[in-house]
Write a protein that binds this ligand. Sequence first.
Ligand SMILES: Cc1cc2nc3c(=O)[nH]c(=O)nc-3n(C[C@H](O)[C@H](O)[C@H](O)COP(=O)(O)OP(=O)(O)OC[C@H]3O[C@@H](n4cnc5c(N)ncnc54)[C@H](O)[C@@H]3O)c2cc1C
Length: 338
Amino acid sequence: MIHSDVSLENTLALHSLASHVVDIGSVGDAQDAIEFGQANDFELRCLGEGSNVILMPRVSGLICRVTQADVCILSSDEDTVTIAVGAGKNWHELVQETLDQNWFGLENLSLIPGSVGAAPVQNIGAYGVEIAEHLVSVDVVRADGALHKMSAADCEFGYRDSFFKRYGRANSGPLLILGVTLRLSKRPAVNLSYGDLRKAFGLGNMKRSVLPSPQQVADAVVTIRRGKLPDPAEYPNAGSFFKNPVLDPKTADRLHELGSKPYPFNDEFKVSAAQLIDLSGWKGRRQGDVGCWPQQPLVLINYGQATAQNVLDFANDIQRSVFEKFQVELELEPSVLS
Ligand SMILES: Cc1cc2nc3c(=O)[nH]c(=O)nc-3n(C[C@H](O)[C@H](O)[C@H](O)COP(=O)(O)OP(=O)(O)OC[C@H]3O[C@@H](n4cnc5c(N)ncnc54)[C@H](O)[C@@H]3O)c2cc1C
């Protein structure tokens, strides 16, 4: 059933009304939505839990929200379990449920807001782990209504990037993700590569004979995140607003001289966008109801009644300042839906 003039939930607390919304619980629903969109010339757009989007006051087209949220075991052996998960499942709930079952691998991705269906879109990652490492395939419905299984290689995952993001930008509609298949380990092998996590367990640079359990790692990630990031329920935000720029060695050298600390990343370098924003004098700054979170300038907060345009203008001012100082372009992480 298609609903009209629906107010859209989002963690930035922006007021946004969608012209048409449909909830999708099956492949048949998805095919009906595509047919309806084509018949009425409505562009299809997907929305999960609204934690990585900037929603304009009116969103046109047909918004598709996948509600299918089942978790089922596809195969299991001594070492691994392969599960299929509906796109409508809440990500953090999934992480907790897998740990309850002693299925490991997602613990570092605890407390990332949003739905399972959106997770491959930006290849969610935190504390040294990305979903790409555990993803086997993604079930999508294409514009012609056909159900298609995309392998992890088809998804072309990159840093906060995937085929889905690029496809959405290049085509008039998205690929509708109905579910994902993940392979998890039955043997605990925790990833403590991230400095804050090592510190939480008193590891420093030393090795310890008894490592924390995956559940302990998940608990530590939750504690660290709660200490660092504002809770969107209290301070509406969309998480990191800009991606960390990837740099060539020459630019990395130049930025180093200007006081930032680029670090090696694959064959290139990456620099913390937060550091560039901080060095450009934006930490804790506020214009009207939009501001940079004082402890983490990468997070923009809606302190009251900010509009999407207010947020984008503020972001634009930051981008301009950073470019003037460093000649580096900051790219927005959330997508804009209008
Ligand atoms: C406080 C906070 C902390 C965060 N921390 C992290 C972090 O540590 N790491 C990280 O990677 N991200 C982080 N994020 C960003 C966000 O949590 C993730 O991007 C998440 O995957 C978004 O899920 P969502 O359901 O809210 O997606 P939405 O915001 O609703 O949508 C995001 C994008 O995915 C598309 N999409 C959604 N569902 C589907 C579908 N079924 N099919 C096709 N396309 C779809 C949308 O069109 C949109 O382009 C954070 C956000 C917040 C608010």
